[in-house]
Design a protein around this ligand. Sequence first.
Ligand code: CU
Length: 193
Amino acid sequence: MQDEPNVSRRDFLQRLSLFGAASIGAGSLLVGCGGGSGEQGGGSTSSSQTSAAARTQSSGGGGSVAKTVTLHPKGNQMKYKETEFTVPAGKKVKVVFENTATSPSMQHNVVVLTRPPEQKVFRKVGEAGMSAGASNDYVPQDMGDLILAHTPMSKPGETVSVTFTTPGETGDYGYICTYPGHWATMQGTMHVR
Ligand SMILES: [Cu+2]
């Protein structure tokens, strides 16, 4: 478990080398530690994920994390094992995604939406994510109105996270994986209570 809300880049680099957890928005950092011999997933596309990196480490604003939620994929399926979770309203929370899949094609992220779980919204964001492409981690860059927060993309074996402040309004909010083709089945609901 990695409970610290803030991970310095130096610590993060160490984790990269220790655990091979290579994807927390570290496109430029990956270049620096690129000598991995046969390390799986070392050759990720060089992506500029500055915003993802910032969101991963902290949403800022101080205050401690009120709740940490850990999600996983359901085996090697394009599904979340945990299709719902509950968080308090207007609080800082951390969503961790442990990609326990083993199939190389099972790259996943968690994109939390500002809207209730509805297929048409899932489709809109999911298809825009595919269009955004690998260089954007398959996250639409112009949908701030629909996307509340997102983790970086994870390869099998990697753990990624995002810390953010939950909506002040209670209700149900959808989340999906935006890796191409996954949104249609890889869905869940964040209950804000
Ligand atoms: Cu996925």
